[in-house]
Design a protein around this ligand. Structure first.
Ligand code: HEC
Length: 109
């Protein structure tokens, strides 16, 4: 018991591979900012997603017809006519870039 407690204590004080605080992963950003409309599964089967007719990111048609630049543009500047909000004041360019492979990954499932 005491030995176990010591091991746990030692682990707790060690600088483990835990993510550095303040850095958000694409998963966290998507969950926080995008899932409301696009769904955690990228299929847009949420109340908002259906209302605004957001596309299903898992469909090959979406993946083939959308370029990386269009993904970056949509997130950065939004799509005004389609009611997608702009994120240039909320996310850094690096965070927006990191969302591209994340959006792409929905098509690979
Ligand atoms: C208020 C709802 C809403 C939120 C929040 C939202 N979107 Fe959208 N998004 C839309 C709608 C509506 C469209 C237009 C229909 C479509 O293409 O899916 C769209 C389109 C897109 C497209 C396709 C762009 C294109 O050229 O076809 C991508 C990629 C995208 N969103 C990613 C994101 C990401 C990443 C986030 C979070 C940072 C996000 N969206 C947040 C509603 C939203």
């Amino acid at each position: 018991m005491i030995a176990l407690a010591f091991v746990l204590l030692a682990q707790a004080t060690m600088p483990g591979p835990a993510p550095v605080t303040g850095v958000r992963t694409p998963e966290e950003i998507f969950e926080q900012r995008c899932a409301k409309c696009h769904g955690s599964d990228g299929k847009a089967q949420t109340k908002k997603g259906r209302e605004l007719k957001a596309k299903d990111f898992t469909k090959p048609k979406f993946q083939q017809h959308t370029t990386d630049k269009e993904i970056v543009d949509a997130i950065t500047n939004g799509l005004r006519k389609k009611k997608m909000p702009a994120f240039k004041n909320k996310l850094s360019p690096e965070e927006i870039q990191a969302l591209v492979p994340f959006v792409r990954a929905f098509g690979k499932k």
